[in-house]
Design a protein around this ligand. Structure first.
Ligand SMILES: C[S@@+](CC[C@H](N)C(=O)[O-])C[C@H]1O[C@@H](n2cnc3c(N)ncnc32)[C@H](O)[C@@H]1O
Length: 381
């Protein structure tokens, strides 16, 4: 496909997403209908779509319309490239720009220029203060790919060597040598030998730093285990891990992942957790606002009603898991959110009502550690 044909495909997919289709579903549908597209084309179209979604409001302002064409025109204006080269009408290229399209468009301002919804801007500023604008701008770029070296199977050096054999180059994090940033070959990771042999797992840097900061524990309950990223990281530290989720299907891949990683993880049925644990991890459902670079359409679907609902669910989960923390044991509350209500305010309110002492609170942002993430470590009296 030519660059212009890829742009035409992105325009169609974006129009579907703007019409209400989830981004992944719209991309999958295009992929199925486009057998002629090679892997390079698919990757390029996906990048165009996700890049447009990350910068949806600013690109629509620049391009003069909240449509697939407006977004791609906004991309040309943003990057200073000639729109006529893309909108040529030749072959599979988008139709030439109309007189109205040529004159439409303006510079974005306010929340639009930060690519945030209007309602969210004060909430974002309340949480992030002077860093609100730099963090919002950082969220408009593609997130890096990070791997966690599974120390049950390999040292960082051995994992790097194995990855390099498949053309994947990596760089360890300065403050955590078991976290490797992929500098080349990110798309090859899922098919690489090192990944299939359990030497590495895909995991962002910020949850890796959060898990590394947790105290040593013999027994761990991962109460909101989902796919099991934290459970696997904690099992690699030598803990006996029990994984639980309200939706058991979310953990369906966990036995295979644990086997690949050489880790033993016990699964608890929903609502059937028994006993006390040295450490309980509550990686609660949240806005995901720290990871909107990876799921940019979620940023535009999220609203205040959803936030209020999440705040209630998070408080309920905290109250429920508190009973499973052994006296003197720890509770690690985690979110992949940047919003204060889900983070510090939620943890502070819990500490006040539940007989726990705060031990450490840490917020990670894309300015220091890839995705936005929050950890509150608390100790039961
Ligand atoms: C942020 S995700 C967890 C991600 C996971 N820990 C990981 O590292 O891959 C939140 C999880 O909480 C689960 N969840 C939602 N409400 C819950 C509840 N009341 N009790 C337990 N789990 C819940 C969801 O099904 C979801 O899998």
């Amino acid at each position: 496909m030519t660059p212009a044909a890829r742009a035409a495909a992105a325009i169609d997919i974006l129009d579907r997403i703007l019409g209400g289709d989830p981004a992944e579903a719209a991309l999958l549908r295009w992929s199925r209908d486009s057998r002629f597209a090679g892997s390079g084309d698919r990757a390029a179209v996906r990048d165009l779509v996700f890049d447009s979604l990350r910068r949806l409001r600013s690109r629509a302002a620049l391009g003069g319309a909240m449509t697939g064409r407006g977004l791609l025109l906004g991309l040309c204006r943003d990057e200073g490239t000639d729109p006529a080269a893309l909108f040529s009408g030749q072959g599979h290229a988008p139709a030439p720009l109309s007189a109205a399209e040529l004159t439409a468009g303006r510079q974005p301002d306010g929340a639009e220029a930060l690519d945030l919804p209007d309602w969210l801007l004060p909430v974002w500023q309340d949480a992030l203060g002077k860093d609100a604008a730099p963090i919002a701008l950082a969220m408009r770029d593609r997130a890096p790919v990070w791997l966690r070296v599974n120390t049950l199977r390999a040292t960082p050096a051995k994992a790097q060597e194995a990855l390099a054999k498949d053309g994947i180059e990596t760089q360890p994090a300065s403050d955590l040598p078991t976290a490797l940033r992929v500098t080349e070959g990110a798309r090859r990771v899922a098919n690489s030998r090192a990944y299939h042999d359990g030497l590495v797992e895909l995991q962002d840097l910020s949850p890796q730093l959060a898990c590394a900061a947790l105290p040593e524990a013999r027994t761990v309950l991962d109460y909101c285990a989902g796919g099991g990223g934290k459970a696997l990281a904690l099992a690699a530290k030598g803990a006996q891990v029990t994984a639980h989720d309200i939706d058991a299907r979310r953990m369906s891949d966990l036995p295979a992942r644990a086997k690949r990683a050489g880790a033993a993880i016990r699964l608890a049925q929903p609502g059937q957790v028994q006993g006390l644990f040295d450490l309980v991890v509550a990686d609660v459902p949240c806005s995901g606002s720290g990871t909107w670079r990876r799921t940019p359409d979620a940023k535009w679907r999220f609203d205040d009603a959803a936030l209020q609902h999440l705040l209630t669910v998070q408080a309920q989960i905290l109250d429920r898991v508190a009973a499973h923390v052994a006296p003197g044991g720890h509770l690690a509350y985690m979110t992949c959110s940047l919003l204060e209500g889900e983070n510090q305010r939620q943890a502070d309110a819990f500490v006040q009502r539940a007989g726990f002492d705060p031990v450490a609170m840490r917020r990670f942002t894309p300015l220091d550690a890839s995705d936005g993430f929050f950890l509150a470590l608390m100790r039961r009296r």
